[in-house]
Write a protein that binds this ligand. Structure first.
Ligand SMILES: [Zn+2]
Length: 164
């Protein structure tokens, strides 16, 4: 259940995302990992800056959270992401053993360019995992998060579409 505490962390994530800019072309995607009320790490999407297709905000946050925690096992932690995690970041969440993923804008709120698979959804990756204790909750400050991204019907130049 998404509560005020979650909304406060998501607001932090939105503000962090906006440090990259507020236009979809700026890729304002951010993630924060919180354990026992304490922030372990925060990160923005850095794919273009680092020439690294895996440098999604969530992946960068995992790279910070492990060392901050002194353990790659983030059991009990919550991953906040302004955008529904892609398959890669969902799988990383499973490997990192976070307990909960809370995201803002969902797949239906944004352009398809943000996802690699035509049909498989974040939940599809999770439901078949060996772990059965990972909770996924979307729609936290949905409208504010969705406003940062290309919308479903937007005409997006092909060279802006990272999944093509
Ligand atoms: Zn991702």
């Amino acid at each position: 259940m998404i509560d005020d505490n979650d909304r406060a962390w998501m607001r932090e994530a939105i503000n962090l995302a906006k440090t990259k800019g507020t236009a979809p072309q700026d890729t304002p995607i951010a993630a924060i990992i919180v354990l026992n009320g304490r922030e372990l790490s925060r990160a923005v999407n850095e794919t273009e800056e680092t020439c690294d297709a895996t440098a999604h905000a969530e992946m960068m946050a995992f790279r910070g959270a492990g060392p901050a925690h002194g353990d790659m096992d983030l059991r009990g932690a919550t991953l906040y992401s302004t955008l529904q995690p892609c398959g890669m970041c969902t799988m990383a969440s499973i490997w990192a053993k976070v307990g909960r993923i809370v995201y803002g804008a969902g797949r239906g709120d944004v352009h398809q360019m943000y996802f690699e698979d035509r049909h498989l959804d974040t939940m599809d990756f999770i439901k078949d995992a060996f772990r059965n204790d990972l909770v996924l909750e979307g729609g936290c400050l949905r409208a504010e998060c969705a406003a940062l991204y290309f919308a479903p019907g937007d005409e997006v130049p092909v060279d802006e579409q990272g999944n093509l």
